[in-house]
Design a protein around this ligand. Structure first.
Ligand code: DSN
Length: 478
């Protein structure tokens, strides 16, 4: 049998790896097998194309390239320049942005670059000016003290964690929570939706330097035109973290008021979620912030990863093809079908539904914590993650919610009929799981009771549901 190019490429790569450390080759093969068999509903994950994956395994990995295109701190970066410029060009064209910076290694890194650029642009500080003109070594202890005080006292207003905001939007476990004096806006307790009047009120009271929009667990659209008006009314810089929904922006499902790029001063994203690229981050902005953004490395980033920038160029080229818009629309159609299937079966959803790629289940109606539900679903071959719901009584560790999303299953080709079947599997597991107890008889937030035979049966049904939708059908590892 003659092998196609993809099978040949992946088989050969594994053969070469196996000759050195067979356990790594085995783990890579096992990861593909696991991903093929499980119902992947993690809202922030996807399956990158073989071309994107293959673009990462090569000699670019060996190259240092601090600086930016044409202005490097290392010699011999002409080929890195080619791929970085290509990735940036595809990003600008895809999103209609004036400037794109494709070096960040992750979403956290992209946000750090944006925070630095905003601070450097907005904060009046002699010490900061020195730092900006690359005289960092000339800063005295007193300069650093002043800089820390001036930068650290800046204010940020972002979405609260339990309403779906992200850790990097000023929360304590992330450096942003230590750098900024942060306040958050939540959602309306009755509807679960952002109340723009309340955001405006909070902005008027708090007068933030940065107003942040974007989320990792809010199942609705955000009106970025209104958010920009709020930012303008208090002189704030408006930043949008579109990591979760970048694919929906790229695919023109989110347009007009719901497309952040024309409204925000600066937009950050990851490239591996709904955008379906390699793991990494990116920053988009207008000409005003471009110079500061381009200082991301070495200001806050380690050396760029040229092999990943090459893969970003490939994935962004894919996202510019007409079929990506169809994919993006199907992500939302599937999420809505999944939400409707769950609601029909009596599951409580935050906001009652979705208009993006994710659905947030409040599993307290099943008498479970998010932790119990997550593990029971995993036992049944359904991969999700627990997530806080607004005003969550169980906090961020145990939670009362389960977040699910459709970008990955949509890539596999599953459609609305399969989403209803998926809703049935989820509901069956959750309704058949009971909360467990600690050895002293007190209720546990982690332990649960689920008949292993039922978990096994659902697991098989999940695998059957996937059989018509093979993952990487052209890849045969033998
Ligand atoms: N970890 C990502 C998510 O799962 O939403 C966000 O950083």
């Amino acid at each position: 049998m003659s092998l196609n190019a993809e099978s040949t490429a992946f088989r050969s790569a594994l053969e070469v790896i196996r000759a050195v450390e067979p356990r790594v080759a085995d783990a890579i093969g096992a990861e593909l097998a696991d991903q093929r068999e499980s119902l992947k509903l993690i809202a922030s994950e996807n399956y990158a194309s073989p071309a994107t994956l293959l673009a990462m395994g090569n000699w670019f990995s060996d190259k240092y390239a601090e600086g930016t295109v044409g202005r490097r701190f290392y010699a011999g970066c002409q080929n890195v320049d080619t791929v970085e410029a290509l990735a940036a060009e595809h990003a600008r064209e895809l999103f209609g942005a004036a400037h794109a910076y494709v070096q960040p290694h992750s979403g956290i890194d992209a946000n750090l670059v944006a925070f630095w650029a905003i601070l450097a642009d907005r904060v009046e500080s002699p010490a900061l000016k020195k730092a900006q003109v690359r005289q960092v070594n000339d800063l005295t202890e007193a300069d650093w003290f002043a800089l820390r005080r001036e930068l650290g006292n800046q204010r940020m207003l972002g979405m609260s964690l339990d309403a779906g905001g992200h850790l990097t939007h000023g929360f304590r476990p992330n450096i942003s929570g230590k750098m900024f004096d942060q306040r958050s806006y939540g959602t309306d307790p009755a509807t679960g939706l952002i109340d723009y009047d309340r955001v405006a009120e909070a902005a008027r009271e708090f007068k933030p330097l940065i107003l942040v929009a974007g989320y990792s667990a809010y199942p609705r659209k955000v009106n970025f035109r209104i958010m920009r008006e709020i930012a303008d009314s208090v002189g704030a810089t408006f930043m949008v973290d579109m990591a979760h929904f970048a694919g929906l922006v790229a695919g023109k499902v989110f347009t007009g008021d719901f497309d952040p790029v024309p409204h925000a001063h600066i937009v950050t994203t990851t490239t591996h979620k709904s955008l379906r690229g390699p793991r990494g981050g990116m920053v988009l902005c207008g000409p005003e912030l471009a110079d500061q953004v381009d200082r991301g490395c070495p200001m806050v980033l380690g050396g760029p990863l040229p092999h990943v920038m090459g893969a970003k160029a490939v994935a962004l080229a894919e996202a510019r093809r007409p079929d990506f818009a169809d994919y993006a629309q199907r992500i939302v159609d599937n999420a809505q079908a999944l939400a409707e299937g769950l609601v029909r079966r009596g599951t409580k959803l935050v906001t009652g539904g979705t208009d993006n790629h994710l659905v947030l289940l409040d599993v307290s109606g099943y008498g479970l914590t998010g932790r119990q539900a997550e593990q029971a679903l995993l036992d049944s071959g359904i991969v999700t993650n627990r997530n806080a719901v607004p005003q969550d009584p169980n906090g961020a560790w145990y939670t009362s919610g389960i977040r699910i999303g459709t970008p990955a299953l949509t890539t596999r080709g599953l459609g609305v009929a399969e989403m209803d079947a998926t809703a049935e599997l989820i509901h069956t597991v959750l309704s058949q799981t009971q909360a467990g107890s600690n050895p002293d008889g007190t209720p546990s937030k982690a332990k649960y009771v689920l008949d292993p035979a039922l978990a096994d049966k659902i697991s098989k049904q999940a695998t059957e549901l996937l059989t018509g939708f093979p993952l990487y059908p052209a890849v045969d590892l033998g």
